[in-house]
Design a protein around this ligand. Structure first.
Ligand code: BJW
Ligand code: ZN
Length: 246
């Protein structure tokens, strides 16, 4: 793994950093990615499992799939990539994590400013009265539970295909991206929109784009630095080099 010295120099004078993260950052924790080798969408239908229509067609199947993934999330832990991102807060005035992940691992690693674009698998809400429920509430339910207040169907608080992202969170993410000095793009294929506009907003605002991924992606040719490697190895190395010169 080759970390360019000029990147470390740029980091030295940076004040505001954003990390735009995707499923790849959690791969080393044991959570499957969606695309690429071994990705979830290679063996399962995205349309059936991650869309409103899919849920309405077969609610219990979709619910069961989310319960299965929740169990995996609870059994895993943040890895060196998540932890290093949290450590960046010790060195920079402003560090924002903009994540497409729903797994809560950035929070568990200790990051304090996290914008979740696609929701959080550890929350549910009632489709009728919009009451929110924590993950513990229906942990043992094998079928879609009913709301305690109104009897409505409970669904995971995640953003499915065709659904609108939480608008205030997306707007805040765009603003932080445009104001950032450096934007790390970590472990994402950068094919899902509108989330993939975040690094573009950063670039338009003059930010330096740094990609960390085991493979080239849709955004690679727009980045200033593309570092090939696992995020759990590359991020700690960058942080180590940064500490050595500051
Ligand atoms: C490593 C590594 C290691 C591995 N270290 N790296 C054009 C413009 C705008 C929208 C669209 C458009 N064309 C189509 C659309 C619609 C659609 C979309 O973008 N589709 C594309 C796939 C084509 N977008 C939507 O539907 C969005 N909503 C929307 O557009 O609303 C507006 C609207 C509403 C109504 C009508 C019309 C418009 C919503 C998108 C919601 C995405 N939801 C999911 C599921 C979330 C819940 C759940 O988890 O179950 O979000 S899908 C899935 O993809 C998940 C992810 O957050 C998202 C992104 O995936 P990510 O994180 O990039 O993962 P992978 O697997 O793709 O990549 C992993 C990467 O890691 C790889 O590159 C590996 O190499 C790498 N890696 N190990 C470093 N150790
Ligand atoms: Zn309700």
């Amino acid at each position: 793994m080759e970390i360019p010295k000029t990147l470390i120099e740029k980091l030295k004078s940076a004040k505001s950093i954003i990390f735009f993260t995707g499923a790849g950052i959690s791969a080393e924790s044991g959570i499957e990615t969606f695309r690429g080798k071994g990705g979830l969408w290679n063996k399962m239908s995205a349309q059936e499992l991650a869309s409103f229509d899919g849920f309405m067609k077969n609610p219990d199947l979709v619910w069961e799939w989310y319960q299965y993934r929740r169990k995996i999330v609870r059994e895993t832990n943040p890895n060196a990539g998540h932890k290093t991102i949290a450590d960046f807060e010790k060195h920079f005035d402003e560090v924002t994590v903009v994540t497409q992940n729903v797994d809560n691992l950035h929070k568990r690693a200790g990051s304090s400013s996290i914008l979740e674009l696609h929701g959080n698998i550890e929350r549910n809400y009632c489709m009728d009265c919009k009451t929110f429920y924590g993950v513990e509430k229906f942990l043992e339910s094998e079928e879609v539970p009913k709301c305690e207040k109104c009897g409505g169907m409970i669904r995971p608080d995640v953003v499915w295909f065709g659904e609108v992202l939480p608008q205030d969170i997306f707007a805040e993410a765009e603003r932080k991206a445009a104001e950032s000095d450096i934007c790390f793009i970590v472990g994402t294929s950068a094919v899902v929109y509108p989330a993939a506009y975040i690094p573009i907003a950063a670039k338009r605002g003059g930010s330096v784009l740094v990609e960390i991924n085991i493979e080239p992606t849709e955004i690679t040719n727009q980045t200033d630095y593309s570092i090939k490697g696992k995020s759990g190895e590359v991020l700690p190395e960058i942080f180590k080099m940064l500490k050595e010169i500051t």
